[in-house]
Design a protein around this ligand. Sequence first.
Ligand code: BG6
Length: 485
Amino acid sequence: KKEKKALFVIFGGTGDLAQRKLYPALFNLYKRGYLKKHFAVIGTARRPWTNDYYRDVVKSSIDGMVDSQTKINEFASHFYYQSHNVNDVEHYETLKALADKLDAKYELAGNRLYYLAMSPRFFGTISKYLKSEGLADTDGYNRVIIEKPFGRDYQSAKELDDEISKYFSEEDVFRIDHYLGKEMIQNIMALRFSNSILSAIWNNKMISNIQVTLSESLGVEERGGYYDTAGALRDMVQNHILQIVALLVMDRPASYCAKDVRQKKVETFKALKVYSPEEVKANFVRGQYGEGKDMPAYREENLIEPDSMTETFVAGKLEVNNKEMAGVPIYIRTGKRMATKATRIDIVFKQDKGSIYGEQALADNILTINVEPDPGIALSLNTKKIGQEYATKKTELKNSLTKEQAARVPEAYESLILNVLQGNSVNFTHWDELKYSWKFLDAIRKAWDEEGLPVDYFPNYSCGTMGPQISDELLAKDGNYWIFN
Ligand code: BG6
């Protein structure tokens, strides 16, 4: 049966994430019939809101998503607000009473999903009280969804995980990486593992290099307080980029199920080469945006220190020493205030060695996965140039989703929340993946922190560009170049 019965308890129910992503995602699941009669949502936060006020907030967050006001009202009637102080044990009794009441009213079979959409420093406390006060003691399932940052290094991530795992088992903890909910990211496995012509060439004999770009045109916006203590390495590389890399280079899983897929991803993270300080220097570069195109420098943004050394751009070369991919350079790049907002993967294949056309240069064979914007794939090949003179030229086979197809693509959060309702962890990060990814990251962070760059090293790229020149030089050293420019 399609309909899922569940009670959602959203900690941070008044927050930005809830309003921008969670309520619209729940509404889409409602429209598509995954949520129907048997669901309820308790929003919690400190401020004293009424149910009516909360429902108005929910309604305005889904404004314009459907014509029928009746449908919106019906949906919003499932939402309840409970003012809650996460540190106050008594508040969990009140919450439990409401949860039990809604469970009976909507016949939810004791299924509960706790969405911790708030600062990770509360994750441990909330998990503890959910257990000790009996909220998570029901006949149905009790699952916890948590959002990044999962720590700021291996040590703090482990402490966080130790706390949560005292109360919830690994299979009930869903660590969200919203990139794993994106349709074209989910397509990586379909491409790799359902096309013999691709799987046959997906190895270090045929692949010259892999490039992953997550460029953003926005700056730090209003998130300076968080971002200045995080930086691009923690904000984007540790999670989104490494997850994409794992999907691109992991060995073939035995089946498309969470256990098998995550096992292969864990092996990949384990095989990710951890760099020495010298290797960090040789393989990673960073940048910070300066003014350009009428946009202010990072150091002039709200809540940013005028001498901040936080990186807003990272480019690097990774190596994964598994059997098929050892030796293939994996170039990654991400930054704020770059020329465009794009998420894109380029797989560059080795050139045909036995060319019969003498000195004539051949174009690279490149498989491109466009995640955003314009989702789709492209493959470039050499074909004959039209005319009498025999020469080759580059031809691109391109497939983009049509407008109508793109409209059917679920939002990342919608896909992921449905996965949680299904108890399917395939698109979520296992603790073991996190563990190795932090070890990899810590080595870079440590080398950088010890290097002590002069304050005037930054800014080193202007707003609206593809990042600092050292990013191009990183590839040029290997005789390569960024395909996406
Ligand atoms: C978030 C980062 O995880 O991803 C943000 O914290 C970033 O800094 C965002 O802007 C990008 O996500 P998307 O889906 O817009 O590419």
